[in-house]
Design a protein around this ligand. Structure first.
Ligand SMILES: C[S@@+](CC[C@H](N)C(=O)[O-])C[C@H]1O[C@@H](n2cnc3c(N)ncnc32)[C@H](O)[C@@H]1O
Length: 316
């Protein structure tokens, strides 16, 4: 039993079964112990997974082309800023060095010190799939929470109470008829809210692993996964702090909730479609220096499973 397991068990024994979002918050972000807060680097070959962002320079060059286009569309405002949510190892710093670039990362960035308002682009890659989610399970009596409890030395899933009003509203709007277990991306909505409040005029450009409303049929039991040393597992309660936990992003939630906040969808498509729309010339420049393989990986390895959502905020 590691320190984080002990901390989680103590909290459960003291307060009763825990919401999954609380478990995920502790497992990923508890200072010093959470997966993203430990000294060890989770990314890359020695780590647990690769992201598109690590395919540098090609991913960076192509995203910089996209951001350049958006800058022009805004009329190149003087304070044009690229704010990146969940910047991780800072892979994009070089690609965005022609812009005023602000990487936001847990434990490194004091969000209170971020600009109160700015024009530009809020960029993220695999940020929303790392946000804590709550779980709801369909039962004969309606939706109930799925919580985390303790059995002996193990953490286990337990049926919780009926869902609260916020969750019920979310489920009424987004749960598809055949979904038995639904991940509630309420934290993602919160993130979208604070970022939209600060963006005066500009775009939110989101790249993530996810699905559309029509594709939700593929995840009747939800989409939670954990990753450890490039091995995927459905056992997300095991070894908290040692493995990444992700939940695929339901893009219709970002789209619809964004709309309520004043973000209009410009486009939503696969990563491959988005990259292709940047034009052949961008491809030629992106692979300069012998990086064809990276482009292939982006288009054919990740291009269909990753999606891109571009939203625009027009009213200040
Ligand atoms: C899957 S990683 C992706 C990192 C990087 N964007 C990439 O693609 O390589 C998710 C990152 O989001 C960060 N993150 C999660 N929640 C955050 C928050 N509320 N504020 C800032 N960063 C956050 C995590 O610490 C982690 O570095």
């Amino acid at each position: 039993v590691n320190d984080l397991s002990a901390l989680i068990r103590d909290e459960i024994l003291k307060h009763g079964p825990m919401r999954f979002s609380r478990f995920m918050e502790l497992a990923l972000y508890e200072p010093h112990l959470g997966y993203y807060r430990r000294d060890r680097d989770p990314f890359g070959r020695q780590g647990d997974f690769y992201t598109a962002e690590q395919l540098q320079p090609v991913f960076g060059r192509l995203m910089a082309v996209a951001v350049d286009m958006l800058d022009e569309e805004l009329g190149c405002p003087e304070d044009f800023t690229v704010l990146e949510l969940g910047a991780g190892r800072g892979e994009m710093a070089n690609a965005f060095s022609n812009f005023r670039y602000i990487p936001v990362e847990v434990g490194h960035t004091d969000t209170l010190k971020l600009p109160e308002s700015f024009n530009g682009v809020v960029f993220s890659n695999e940020f929303f799939d790392a946000q804590p989610v709550d779980l709801a399970v369909r039962s004969f009596d309606g939706w109930v929470e799925r919580r985390v409890g303790v059995q002996g030395s193990e953490l286990i899933f337990l049926p919780g109470p009926g869902v609260d009003e916020t969750a019920a509203e979310y489920l009424a709007q987004y749960a598809a008829g055949d979904q038995q277990v639904v991940e509630l991306h309420l934290k993602s909505i919160e993130q979208l809210r604070w970022i939209t409040a600060r963006l005066t005029k500009g775009f939110v450009l989101t790249v993530d692993y996810g699905y559309t409303a029509r594709e939700s049929i593929r995840f009747p039991q939800g989409s939670l996964m954990s990753y450890h040393r490039h091995q995927a597992s459905e056992d997300v309660l095991k070894d908290p702090g040692d493995r990444d936990i992700t939940s695929h992003v339901p893009f219709q939630v970002l789209e619809q909730e964004g709309k309520k906040l004043g973000l209009e969808k410009v486009r939503q498509e696969t990563l491959a479609q988005f990259l292709i729309s940047l034009g052949e010339e961008s491809f030629i420049r992106a692979v300069e220096g012998g990086h064809e393989l990276q482009l292939k990986t982006l288009l054919f390895g990740m291009g269909e499973s990753f999606r891109v959502l571009l939203q625009e905020k027009t009213v200040g």
